[in-house]
Design a protein. Structure first.
Length: 202
């Protein structure tokens, strides 16, 4: 069985149109079977989106972009910057491209990548992820490690994670990577926790 964090999806299509107001922007999305949270934007992503602090000229990366709600909202916030959106799921990537076009969002690059493996030496001011918890802790922690390496000095990694799905171990891993004083819990909301980890200036 292919999971939403698998490259190829063989499940039958079940396309549906979704519409949401995110950070004051009215956005519409096409969703489909075989992608994460296909029926609605999941609550954790919404909590994360509402907390994001992104400069207008920021260079941003959305890891595990799905059909695009986080990355496309980030592109609206970074209207003078650029957002790279990556996912391993080919169906999700096709939807993200379709949704970017439908919303007239052009300051983006959407590409296939397993975590950050295909990003070469690219560096970012902001990295955002609602990590694929069901892929396992090893995968999630690898995303954290790769994100640290791809952040500019002073840049921030934003994550959302449920307490019962590994938030304490995620926080510990972030503190190990970034330094204890560099990790802040931004909000708790219905069991979801948003963390911001800041890479120290070199």
């Amino acid at each position: 069985m292919a999971h939403y964090y698998s490259k190829n999806q063989e499940v039958s299509h079940d396309r549906k149109q979704l519409q949401f107001t995110l950070r004051g922007y009215q956005l519409r999305f096409m969703s489909d079977a075989g992608v994460f949270s296909k029926d609605s934007i999941d609550y954790g992503s919404r909590v994360l989106i509402e907390q994001l602090d992104i400069a207008p000229n920021a260079k941003v990366l959305d890891v595990g972009c799905g059909y695009g709600p986080i990355g496309l909202t980030a592109a609206k916030l970074a209207f003078e910057g650029h957002v790279v959106m990556v996912d391993v799921n080919d169906r999700a990537l096709a939807l993200a491209r379709e949704n970017a076009a439908a919303n007239g969002i052009t300051n983006i690059t959407i590409q296939s990548s397993d975590g950050l493996a295909e990003l070469g030496g690219s560096r970012f001011d902001v990295i955002i992820t609602n990590p694929p918890i069901r892929a396992g802790k090893e995968v999630v922690h690898r995303i954290f490690e790769e994100s640290y390496e791809h952040l500019n000095d002073g840049g921030c990694l934003w994550i959302v994670i449920q307490k019962k799905q590994g938030a304490p171990s995620a926080e510990a891993k972030l503190q190990l990577l970034f330094g204890e004083g560099q990790v802040k819990e931004v909000i708790k909301d219905k069991g979801y926790r948003v963390f911001r980890a800041t890479k120290e200036l070199g």
